[in-house]
Design a protein around this ligand. Structure first.
Ligand code: C2O
Ligand code: CU
Ligand code: CU
Length: 547
């Protein structure tokens, strides 16, 4: 037996044995007659969850999308002086007629109250924030995608206890882009983020201001941050986060899809160009995003990936978005008539597909507690065009200049993913807070070659402190190859700086990282999988940048 086959055989056996035990406790789905259409009961009797809005049914998209305003939930907070941000538990209305207890970030700033504020700041400005932990356990805020010294990164080592504070002070050196923030206490990140702690961190610069001017964009109205998350609710409206051996291994999925904490949402638009900033804030689910009008594909333009503009808008018909990743798009609705309806949806895919095909198809379709499998097709957000607009802007021809990727004087480092006994490893290791298995030198460049074996699952790999450039993809599955744009196997979203890269089963992704910085002394960061159950389960390594 070849090594590859034996490995896959063991993988299949452990999973199958587990699934057999699980499904015997499974009660079958029953339809409920309620005021919420498409409501389904799932799971076993002990831990019953409710799929509140079935996102495969276009008729349920009747809830007005929550949009960022000047205060309140997802309010835009222009960071020009010290911010006090606390984390605590609060009751919020997510489902019609029910109250859901969430963990949220709250700020009182310039006389206004913000819940999970969208922090907005200009490149070059000083950011200063005091975090107050009012949770009953340790926490810390991590600024995902933001380049900072390790003391400001929100490392697992920086956690503070209930009632304690952590002061952040740094100058923002990132290019304009859509970044975000969430907790990072080791072992608790998945639960805390799932229960609500997450929002955007938006950086502006001269390039983004010129785009805004030319298209007449206004944040919250025509420039819209959209965080997509999947959750499980019980029938009282409570969020359910219950880990077992299988979802620790495969990641925790929900069957109710929320956009900006709105289930089955719709958005009324004008006939104009919109900038959408899409963030996958889910613990584990991957989205294959596309727009449709009637049943036809509706093209859009990709203008930015994780960390800044591409050189120009790229026309696209779909884009994969894995946990932690962002993509910015322009949606041109100028030719749409009033009454026209479009959907943002997630297309079907096979999470287990590798370069040899869909070998593992069906394996994931068996989570007995779940009504919406990873890779299943469903709708995300409905757009209804209600009027025209006076705006005259057009899709720009140019946006920015792409960074160079010359491979001179680089050290190559291999990062190999593996699994054993239903746990995930990187270079055979799991997270140890006091161990630094990767050491790099300040001011040097390295190529990290991330290798995911054939019989694995997709892992979104994320780096703290620095950004990377994707150089090459090898061994990609067909569903990804479909969107490849160059001879290096790269996708449009690979062209700009990134901090999170999806690595499919059987794929090797080479990324270039420049460890130049001007902080004092040795800097410590982490590199990890952004499936939060994988991260919490130890699929994370410390790395150290030596002075
Ligand atoms: Cu968004 Cu270390 O994470
Ligand atoms: Cu991060
Ligand atoms: Cu993973």
């Amino acid at each position: 037996m070849k090594k590859k086959t034996l490995w896959g055989f063991l993988f299949t056996c452990s999973l199958l044995a587990f699934l057999t035990v699980e499904s015997s406790q499974n009660a079958h789905a029953e339809m409920m007659d309620g005021h919420m259409k498409g409501r389904k009961m799932m799971g076993n009797k002990l831990n019953q969850t409710v799929q509140v809005f079935d996102p495969t049914d276009i008729k349920v998209f009747t809830n007005r999308l929550k949009l960022p305003g000047s205060s309140g939930l997802l309010g835009i907070l222009n960071a020009d002086s010290q911010i006090q941000l606390s984390a605590s538990e609060q009751k919020t209305g997510i489902l019609p007629g029910l109250k859901t207890s969430l963990l949220v970030y709250q700020a009182n700033y310039n006389g206004k109250t913000f819940i999970n504020p969208i922090i907005k700041i200009k490149k070059g400005d000083e950011f200063s924030l005091k975090f107050l932990n009012n949770l009953n356990e340790e926490s810390i805020i991590h600024w995902h995608g933001i380049k900072t010294a390790s003391k400001d990164d929100g490392m697992p080592q920086s956690v503070v206890n209930k009632g304690e504070t952590y002061q952040y002070n740094f100058q923002v050196n990132n290019d304009a882009g859509t970044y975000w923030y969430h907790p990072h206490p080791h072992g608790q990140t998945g639960k805390q983020a799932y229960l609500g702690l997450a929002s955007f961190y938006i950086v502006d610069d001269l390039q983004s201001e010129s785009l805004e001017k030319s298209l007449g964009l206004e944040i919250g109205k025509t420039d819209i941050p959209l965080v997509i998350q999947d959750k499980r609710f019980d029938k009282t409206g409570k969020l359910v986060y219950k880990l077992n051996q299988m979802n620790r291994f495969m990641g925790y999925y929900g069957d109710t899809i929320l956009v900006n904490l709105t289930p089955a949402p719709y958005l009324e638009t004008e006939a104009r160009i919109y900038r959408l900033r899409l963030l996958n804030g889910s613990n584990a689910r991957i989205y294959r995003l596309a727009f449709t009008k009637n049943t036809d594909s509706f093209p859009f333009f990709i203008i930015a990936g994780d960390a800044g503009f591409l050189d120009k808008p790229y026309p696209a018909s779909e884009v994969f978005l894995s946990p932690g990743e962002r993509v910015e798009i322009l949606l041109d609705l100028t030719k749409e008539k009033s009454g026209s309806e479009l959907f943002l949806k997630s297309l079907e895919f096979d999470p287990m597909e590798n370069e040899m095909g869909g070998k593992m198809k069906g394996m994931m379709d068996k989570d007995p507690d779940l009504n919406l499998q990873n890779g299943q097709e469903f709708y995300v957000l409905k757009f209804t065009v209600t009027g025209s607009s006076a705006s005259t802007g057009r899709i720009p021809e140019k946006l920015s200049v792409l960074p160079g990727t010359a491979e001179k004087d680089v050290k190559i480092r291999k990062i190999t993913i593996s699994q054993k006994d239903m746990q995930w490893f990187m270079n055979g290791k799991q997270y140890n807070m006091d161990e630094y298995p990767i050491e790099v030198n300040k001011g040097t460049r390295e190529i990290w070659e991330i290798v995911n074996p054939d019989l694995s699952m997709p892992h979104p790999m994320h780096i703290h402190g620095f950004q990377f450039l994707v150089l090459q993809r090898k061994g990609s599955p067909n569903q990804a190859i479909k969107s490849v744009i160059d001879s290096q196997g790269r996708l449009v979203t690979d062209l700009g700086y990134k901090d999170t890269v999806l690595v499919w089963p059987g794929e090797t992704v080479r990324v270039l990282i420049d460890f130049t910085h001007n902080y004092q002394g040795t800097q410590d960061y982490v590199f990890h999988c952004h499936i939060l159950e994988h991260e919490d389960g130890g699929m994370m390594l410390n790395y150290r940048v030596l002075e």
